[in-house]
Design a protein around this ligand. Sequence first.
Ligand code: TYM
Length: 341
Amino acid sequence: MKQRIFSGIQPSGNLHLGNYLGAIQNWVKLQDEFESIFCVVDLHAITVPQDPAELRRKTIEIAKIYLASGIDPKKSSIFVQSHVAEHSELAWILNTIAKMPELEKMTQFKDKSQKEGKESASVGLFDYPVLMAADILLYNTEVVPVGEDQLQHIEITRTLANRFNKKFGDTFIIPEHFVKKEGMRIMGLDDASKKMSKSAKSEYNYIALTDSEEIIRKKIKKAVTDSGSEIVYRDDPPRVDDASPRVEAGKPALKNLINIYSLLSNKSTGDIEKMYVGRGYGDFKNDLADVVVNFLQPLQAKIEAISDDEVLQILKDGADKVRPIAQQKLTEVKKRVGFVI
Ligand code: TYM
């Protein structure tokens, strides 16, 4: 029996290299080893305001990106979260065991609610992690492959599952996370102290998977780098107590660019360092732009080649395939809490 993985992406903003390298790239590899379920989480997307036509367009685009990246619907189930009503229903039940203070301390809620102003943050945004717990727990998920920013949400999923099991008897599997160190936190090109983000103010923060060659080259040219001119992969923290010239401050911006280079080219970070001994940022950035363009252009061609009808059928089949699993789990939950079935 294969273990099951579940993961998802919100159809909001522009999907970027962080989403690809932190999540999708790993999913493609994991689908051979695990029974895999990948979701387009539209219920999560509406926790902040969305334009309805754009939401529809993005939902289909994300599913196309999954397929174009190599998620194979014969191996994995791909579906839209709102097509399986059990997600909302389980979230409601889990709401009754989740505690306000544990949701108040979620970093993503704090960040997003600060951006919009706390007074206008929706109850849905506050409740976001509970819906995510429902997504995961409905399918007896054993492993959740995500980027680092989602670890706190997986932790609260584990807490809620344990709490429910203790209160009502063994019902949920306690899921583990899966993150891959190099891709788990791709940083912004304009500021290496913040993660690459769909909702970043400046488009120079990210490379969207749908960016044109011209834009990609422009963004990489403008990407911030660290002081010094050597291409070295270094992330040791500054050592203020050590005056040795060999020990310099970490190079987070360059480390980020080398990580992107490495993950898209299958070259190790050490090999990349060696390739640029005695060469400067100009050469390195030109080559990195080539690597990104050579990776994204074929992906974009594949996205274009998939029709809306084709993707809608795959999403329908996916929902039909996973719904019975969700229904069975929800029935079990309802019995446990004492609902008349
Ligand atoms: P979302 O849509 O914000 O991001 C999708 C995936 O991309 C990863 N990611 C990154 N990885 C590396 N570097 C970055 N800069 C970066 N930015 C984003 C995220 O960690 C994520 O894996 N809450 C989730 C969606 C979700 C979900 C789930 C995930 C809903 N239900 C159940 C797993 C299981 C989210 O907001 O992803």
